[in-house]
Write a protein that binds this ligand. Structure first.
Ligand SMILES: *[C@@H]1O[C@H](CO)[C@@H](O)[C@H](O)[C@H]1NC(C)=O
Ligand SMILES: *[C@@H]1O[C@H](CO)[C@@H](O)[C@H](O)[C@H]1NC(C)=O
Ligand SMILES: *[C@@H]1O[C@H](CO)[C@@H](O)[C@H](O)[C@H]1NC(C)=O
Length: 355
């Protein structure tokens, strides 16, 4: 038996722990651990999976630490610090041991120093708040922080840009994005930057421009909206993942989640698979490989299992409806996905961690 423990945060006051057994494809709810309000994004410490960080996505936003027991239940919150703003919807640990947290509503974020191997926030060092300038009058809505080399990239959905920060959090420059596109989440593979735009529901690819303020043309831009849409559907793309290639899954396919925030049909949201083809040739582009429907409503977060352990599996959940969470299995070397397990005991979830 190969069993995987999965943590799932969401709106509410708990993180749910599930056990996925890949031999008989069962997915069971093990526990619900109390947290502060709205742990809508959770992430483990880079070097220590027994250490979990969760945002409190509320107007007085916060960040909390937890210890994860071997069975996957969380301790009480060990430490809590302010996120420095309104509605933090994303947090990630950096190679420096600091934690980056981004406040969607107030257009700012913090790179928080930790102590004691990450279990506590350093209350001595007052971390400056990074405030993103308003571009062209649009309100800033930073949605993610992505460490790459010696930079932190922050897609800003309101500013139609991707900010380039130093590791300590000072703004060095930015990568402009198409007007009105609403860049939400990004992924990097090799020298290419892949951006998922929420407002235009598009996926784009471009070379990472030279730091700090270079530009590069968009090589390809494709719609991620399902080819057949229910009446009165309205799309707002959410998550993009490019799992590290392995022997079983050698091609770096791009997996994108759609959110139909309008009228939903029985098929639910799709996860769409793309391939980056003819790289570095005049025919370079993004091509649609497959649309896979999940029965979920508004997939905000999804996550692949760990490389060389659970890499065949993807967990996803919706923030609306009552379809719970699903585990999908990659087939055809990653060109396909098939739902292998579902659990509806907690109706909505937004963020996942595989232990
Ligand atoms: C990981 O974190 C847990 C919880 O704080 C701690 O007990 C454990 O010693 C840490 N492990 C390592 C290798 O630092
Ligand atoms: C990058 O552009 C921003 C905005 O124009 C500017 O404030 C900043 O000084 C530039 N950075 C560099 C290193 O040129
Ligand atoms: C779509 O929206 C229109 C305008 O609000 C409404 O009249 C119509 O009934 C809707 N159709 C469906 C299938 O929900």
């Amino acid at each position: 038996m190969v069993a995987f423990t999965i943590l799932a945060g969401g709106y509410g006051v708990f993180v749910a722990t599930y056990l996925f057994n890949s031999s008989d494809s069962t997915l069971s709810l093990l526990s619900k651990s109390p947290t502060g309000p709205n742990p809508s994004w959770i992430t483990t410490h880079l070097m220590n999976r027994s250490l979990l960080y969760a945002v409190n996505e509320i107007s007085q936003g916060a960040l909390q630490t937890f210890e994860v027991s071997p069975g996957g239940a969380l301790s009480h919150p060990i430490d809590t610090t302010s996120s420095g703003g309104d509605s933090p919807a994303f947090a990630v640990t950096l190679s420096t041991g600091k934690v980056a947290v981004m406040n969607y509503e107030s257009g700012n974020g913090r790179i928080v120093q930790t102590t004691e191997s990450g279990l506590y926030f350093d209350q001595e060092e007052v971390t400056p708040i990074v405030t993103f300038p308003r571009l062209d009058g649009g309100a800033s809505h930073p949605h993610m922080a992505f460490e790459h080399g010696d930079e932190i990239l922050v897609p800003d959905l309101g500013g139609d840009t991707i900010w380039r920060l130093s590791k300590s959090g000072s703004i060095q420059g930015f990568i402009p994005q198409p007007k009105g596109s609403g860049p939400r989440h990004i992924a990097i593979y090799g020298q290419h930057l892949f951006t998922l735009h929420e407002l235009s529901s598009t996926l784009t690819v471009q070379l990472i421009p030279p730091a700090p303020n270079g530009t590069s043309p968009i090589i390809s831009s494709v719609s991620v909206i399902p080819s057949i849409q229910p009446p009165n559907a309205s799309y707002a793309a959410a998550e993009i993942l490019i799992p590290t290639p392995t022997k079983d899954f050698p091609v770096p396919y791009i997996y994108v989640s759609n959110r139909n925030v309008g009228f939903q049909d029985a098929r639910g949201d799709s996860i769409t698979i793309f391939e980056h083809v003819n790289v570095d040739t005049p025919e370079e582009g993004l091509v649609l490989v497959k649309e896979v429907f999940t029965g979920l409503s508004q997939i905000r977060g999804m996550q692949f299992g760990e490389v060389r352990r659970g890499e065949a599996f993807l967990v996803a959940g919706g923030v609306a409806g009552d379809a719970g969470i699903v585990v999908l299995k990659r087939g055809d070397q990653g060109r396909d996905l098939e739902i292998v397990a579902r659990n509806r005991e907690v109706p909505t979830r937004t963020t996942f961690v595989w232990l």
